[in-house]
Design a protein around this ligand. Structure first.
Ligand code: ADP
Ligand code: ZN
Length: 218
């Protein structure tokens, strides 16, 4: 099963894909997580990406396509994968198609998470992330049991540098300009399925399973 999870920042791409890792037993490829790892390690790529990410702009297609290509070729992806945060531009989608063709992979479905802008801002400004394991929490919808501490690994929770209101508004603009055209792109291919993602995690999981059942012959 090869899936793309599409949606604005804060729509729940990371949350849904973390759920699906367990359910479908395939890995997720999150370009955002990969970039944050490079930033943390202060690699040459991380140093370049850090400032771009802090403004809410996109890292260049050239860099991202290369990252994706290396990852997708690894053996852990041979039985399928969940793409979270990639593709984000038409150019990336075209590159993905090329790579998947080369590897004889088929794209099964594109799940489009639909959430209002108001809720997105509320979610992102309240998001907290574990420094150690990357787990996501939310001060208003999914708080950790102990303040600033990860429920899973007891790591310290922090606020992502790009989760401030100015950067969030910029990320939303970038999303509308560069990423939203993908909805039409995959719609035309007959691969797009909308999922209303305003409620909780279990509601999202339920809706996802329904989509799977409806498309089991694809
Ligand atoms: P979100 O979806 O909440 O904005 P991500 O973790 O997916 O968060 O991405 C964070 C930042 O990393 C983006 O704002 C962008 O700067 C960079 N990034 C992640 N994925 C891509 C991509 N596919 N293309 C370009 N930039 C990306
Ligand atoms: Zn943790």
């Amino acid at each position: 099963m090869n899936l793309i999870i599409l949606g604005a920042p804060g729509a729940g791409k990371g949350t849904l894909s973390d759920l699906l890792i367990k359910e479908l037993k395939i890995p997720k490829i999150s370009t955002g997580d990969m970039l944050r790892k490079e930033v943390k390690e202060n690699s040459p790529l991380g140093i370049r990406a850090k400032e771009i990410m802090a403004t809410g702009a996109l890292v260049s297609d050239e860099i991202i396509n290369e990252l994706l290509k290396n990852k997708i070729k690894q053996s852990e992806c041979k039985n399928g994968f969940i793409l979270d945060g990639f593709p984000r531009t038409i150019n990336q989608a075209e590159e993905l198609e090329k790579i998947m063709k080369e590897l004889s992979f088929k794209l099964d479905l594109v799940i489009n998470l639909v959430v209002s802008e108001e809720l997105i801002i509320k979610r992102l400004t309240n998001r907290r992330v574990c420094r150690k394991c990357g787990a996501n929490f939310n001060l208003f919808s999914a708080p950790s049991k102990e303040k600033d501490t990860c429920d899973l690994c007891a790591g310290v929770l922090y606020q992502r540098a790009d989760d401030n209101e100015t950067t969030i508004r910029n990320r939303l603009q970038v999303y509308m300009k560069d990423t939203q055209p993908l909805i039409n792109y995959y719609g035309k291919k007959g691969l797009l399925r909308d999922l209303a993602a305003e409620k909780g995690i279990s509601d999202m999981a339920e809706k996802f399973n329904k989509i799977m059942i409806e498309n089991k012959n694809m």
